[in-house]
Design a protein around this ligand. Structure first.
Ligand code: SF4
Length: 407
């Protein structure tokens, strides 16, 4: 996006155990090669800082995701942050998040992460029920999750986010609401609630195929979502994205940047980055997924790109709609017009009109957003917008007055 803010994502790919539902780039290693991984990260950071599309641009947020970043030595986190601050103008009050597992061993390091520069913790609690946690093969208990939360507070974290998962096999809404009550009583600044999905090629997909388990259908899923929104709203958490809720002023600015189609640098195994380019539109890259291959390539060559693609203007426009509709603020028609040189509704009328008639999309003079009904169908709506592009790429292309970022 023109003059788009820039964000930095750092991937830490190591985990103690592979959760069966996980399709993230995570690798179980008994002794992760921390020293080599740190060197590779620093080398890659230096590489990107010298590239024209990123050089000298202020970094708004930093996010350490994984994998399990809370397994990393605090010295690794500190050195990445110090190097980033040397190579880029990092915004003074930048949001700097670390994803953490609520195991006791990791929690003991929270104060050190705080001292290293982390100012926001995102904890993957998923459930407070030990039976559910066992089914998900998480390595912590409900009691440990609460203890880790308290340790984070004692370590001085003023911004904590809790991740929870609903829609587990045969989970009732009543059980789920019980977890939400526990969240409300802990009073984190931010809550993410994701529905369990069976991703292809995961252990869970194999398990499901062998012994099918019962997952909620469309109506029940929407019920989970609406009751979650209602309870969290009562407790002072505003929904600002389909699955994300925050106290006033406590959004995750890093993720909000993705949904607003900002530029970002991704470093680490399997990390992805994106930028607008003056002469050729939007470029997206992703790194090698294997930690060992990543270390070798980034250490030797400074980068470890596995794939790189250039998005056409219609693809970029559709992707920005797909991401932007996830936000409850919706998409500013003015900003879209400014960015892509045409009206969002005109461009995607063939799919959006239908959703509008069905009460899923709301259009005003200034905004396009999902209605409450549309929230539960966001993926289908996004798919139909993307389908418009596939079917009518040529028409879309000529409708767009694509004017990429000038740097
Ligand atoms: S801890 Fe997170 S990243 Fe690691 S395997 Fe489990 S879900 Fe995946």
């Amino acid at each position: 996006m023109r003059n788009s803010p820039l964000h930095l994502y750092v991937h830490i790919p190591f985990c103690i155990h592979k959760c069966p539902y996980c399709d993230f780039n995570s690798h179980v290693r008994q002794s992760p090669p921390w020293t080599a991984y740190q060197q590779a990260l620093l080398r890659e950071l230096a590489h990107w800082s010298a590239q024209r599309q990123y050089a000298g641009r202020p970094i708004q947020t930093v996010f350490f995701g994984g994998g399990t970043p809370s397994l990393a030595p605090p010295s690794l986190i500190q050195s990445v942050l110090e190097t980033a601050a040397l190579l880029f103008p990092v915004k003074q009050d930048a949001e700097i998040t670390l994803e953490a597992n609520p195991g006791t061993a990791e929690a003991e390091r929270f104060a050190n992460y705080r001292n290293a520069g982390i100012n926001r913790l995102s904890m993957g609690v998923q459930s407070f029920d030990d039976k559910e946690l066992k089914w998900l093969e998480r390595i912590h208990s409900g009691h440990e999750a609460i203890a880790a939360y308290n340790m984070a507070r004692n370590a001085g974290f003023e911004q904590i986010s809790l991740d929870l998962m609903y829609g587990l096999p045969d989970q009732s809404i009543e059980t789920w609401m019980h977890h939400l009550e526990q969240v409300v009583s802990l009073a984190p600044e931010h809550v993410s609630c994701y529905q369990l999905t069976v991703e292809p090629h995961t252990q869970l997909a194999i398990r499901h195929k062998q012994t099918p388990f019962h997952l909620p259908g469309e109506d029940l899923s929407l019920d989970f979502l609406m009751q979650t929104r209602e309870r969290l709203a009562q407790a002072g958490y505003a929904a600002y994205e389909i699955s994300n809720f925050s106290k006033p002023g406590m959004r995750c600015h890093h993720n909000d940047g993705y949904w607003q189609y900002h530029d970002y640098i991704g470093i680490g195994a399997g990390a992805a980055g994106k930028w607008d380019r003056p002469d050729s539109g939007i470029i997206r890259y992703s790194n090698m997924r294997s930690p060992e291959a990543y270390i070798k390539s980034a250490s030797e060559a400074g980068s470890a790109i596995n794939s790189r693609e250039q998005l056409s203007a219609p693809q970029a426009a559709a992707e920005s709609v797909w991401l932007g509709l996830r936000r409850t603020d919706g998409i500013s028609r003015h900003c879209f017009n400014d960015r892509f040189g045409c009206d969002i509704h005109e461009l995607f009328a063939s799919s959006l009109d239908l959703w509008e008639e069905n009460g899923c999309v709301e259009r005003t003079d200034t905004l396009l957003k999902l209605t409450a009904k549309g929230l539960g169908l966001a993926d289908s709506i996004a798919a139909s917008v993307l389908q418009t592009v596939v079917q009518k790429e040529e028409d879309c292309q000529s409708a767009l007055n694509f004017e990429p970022l000038r740097q």
